[in-house]
Unconditional design. Sequence first.
Lengths: 113, 115
Amino acid sequence: AQSVTQPDIHITVSEGASLELRCNYSYGATPYLFWYVQSPGQGLQLLLKYFSGDTLVQGIKGFEAEFKRSQSSFNLRKPSVHWSDAAEYFCAVRGGGYQKVTFGTGTKLQVIP
Amino acid sequence: GAGVSQTPSNKVTEKGKYVELRCDPISGHTALYWYRQSLGQGPEFLIYFQGTGAADDSGLPNDRFFAVRPEGSVSTLKIQRTERGDSAVYLCASSASAANHGELFFGEGSRLTVL
């Protein structure tokens, strides 16, 4: 069965600092991987996705993520965080040819001035 | 419509009552998903429809939960004999097809509170 682990429940960074949110997945073959963001009172929005090819993927709002098969990881990064990035971030995995998408428990990001 | 629409946005009910939550997906999207999100948790998969049929209902917690999508568009999640533990935000998402590799578009959710 597929699963996702987000080891950091809560992260605080200063505005302008770099950010890395960790995600580890479990799946027997090459997975499809996603990062979603959920701002207070809003629905989940897709930041980026990985299907195949280049392991470094670019997303919206200046985010990027790197797929590392050897580490079963798909960490999310941003070089310089803005106060508006404060939200909860979810990593998700889907197996090829199978539509169920499994989410991690999320990482809540706080940005301080 | 422009996005996934869920109604009601908030529902407060008493233990033992019956509840229906509605989801109107993005026009033309063939796949529809229901998730449940409790406070501090990630979305938990409940059921997935491809067209009118439930392709995977393995996430439904018990037989009090049921969902339908009779015409392949709007879906209704039905909860019988509600319990306090059913309190959560119920999220609906739609997806165009398998070709987009599972990219889901979410509604804003229906917050259910069972007193």
